[in-house]
Design a protein around this ligand. Structure first.
Ligand code: AHG
Ligand code: MN
Ligand code: MN
Length: 335
């Protein structure tokens, strides 16, 4: 039987043979994976660990925080601040950036994360996850500022997520395709379980929160109307719908068997570009999807090219199977 390849071995070999990963980046990914293991343990304990329910605080997005949002945020910070691989961190759950304290060495990288994605699913025992994105800090010795984080998605050097579902799975790209590791709880390590993740270009499955239909812009309405017409309509095939309300779980399904995921702008809050955040939700997911052969746009341009003006910027998201993303994107640009 072939030896199981752990995340550690995979990263060491990537560094040694392929030269894709610098030593500090390898350490960073290992540390994020370790933090995800701890979060996974807390998630698994649920009510037994006293981790369910609200924290009665609000984050900068104006969303009520859950206890696990805060726990996961603290686990990621504690795990990452002392290793010497990071200069600063940013999170959905922190108003501004977190500088690595002076007592620790400063590293070359910036880490952004959504510590707990799918918060509304925590208490109902449905899949949730952690999303992360890694950027290089600008050259020079000056201190890190929030502006240093405002880099377009194409600048990411690593991105991934960990989904806490029936299995705990870590999904990663460093720009050379997408790989998946499953947590082996007996061994306590992530084991490589999928090396060539590929999203089929065509699909019959879409994911969108249909309850917002009446608020959508015409291109999105047109696309979904056509899917709903099924075999008898212009698409000539029946579609299936899935909506987990955890982006990690919906994206994981798409990386596994294809599909298209949409969280569009809608007219309830016209000044808000969308619900999802660019830097620690859309950008890492867009890169993973592109690396698996799919596409990701905001309706008019590649998500990875969207200019960044602020840390908690929001963006409309269309991602997944290429032909479907191309179609819904073209509806936005057609007259
Ligand atoms: P978060 O829990 O980090 O705030 O993210 C939730 C996001 C995303 O994971 C999901 O796709 C979407 O919100 C669900 O939104 P609706 O509840 O509007 O369907
Ligand atoms: Mn999220
Ligand atoms: Mn979150």
């Amino acid at each position: 039987m072939a030896a199981k390849i752990s995340l550690t071995r995979y990263l060491v070999e990537q560094q040694r043979e392929e030269g894709h990963i610098q030593p500090q980046l390898r350490l960073l990914i290992e540390v994020v994976a370790r933090a995800c293991k701890r979060i996974s343990q807390a998630v698994n304990k649920g009510a037994l660990g006293g981790v369910l329910g609200g924290a009665e605080t609000e984050n900068i997005q104006g969303e009520m925080q859950k206890k696990l949002d805060i726990i996961a945020n603290e686990v990621l910070i504690e795990a990452n601040e002392w290793g010497g691989h990071l200069a600063a961190m940013a999170s959905e759950e922190m108003d501004s950036i977190y500088l690595v304290p002076n007592r620790y060495p400063q590293g070359e990288y910036l880490l952004l994360f959504d510590p707990l994605d799918g918060s509304s699913n925590i208490d109902v025992n449905v899949s949730i996850g952690t999303i992360f994105s890694v950027l290089k800090k600008p050259d020079g010795d000056r201190g890190i500022e929030e502006n240093d984080f405002l880099q377009t998605g194409v600048n990411q050097v690593a991105a991934g997520y960990c989904v806490y579902g029936p299995q705990t799975t870590l999904v990663l790209t460093v720009g050379d395709g997408v790989v998946m590791f499953t947590l082996d709880r007996e061994q306590g390590s992530f084991v490589l379980t999928e090396e060539h993740v590929k999203i089929p270009a065509d699909t019959k499955e879409f994911a969108i929160n249909m309850s917002n239909m009446r608020h959508w812009a015409p291109p999105v309405k047109r696309y979904i109307d056509e899917c709903l017409q099924g075999k008898e309509g212009v698409r000539g095939k029946d579609f299936n719908m899935r909506w987990v309300a955890s982006m990690v779980a919906d994206v994981h399904r798409i990386l596994t068997r294809g599909g298209v995921f949409m969280y569009p702008w809608d007219k309830r809050e016209p000044d808000k570009a969308g619900k999802l955040r660019l830097m620690y939700e859309a950008n890492p997911m867009a890169w993973l999807v592109e690396q698996a052969g799919g596409a990701a746009t905001d309706g008019t341009q590649r998500i990875l090219d969207v200019p960044v003006t602020k840390l908690h910027q929001r963006v409309p998201v269309f991602l997944g199977s290429k032909n479907e993303v191309d179609r819904v994107t073209s509806y936005h640009t057609e007259l």
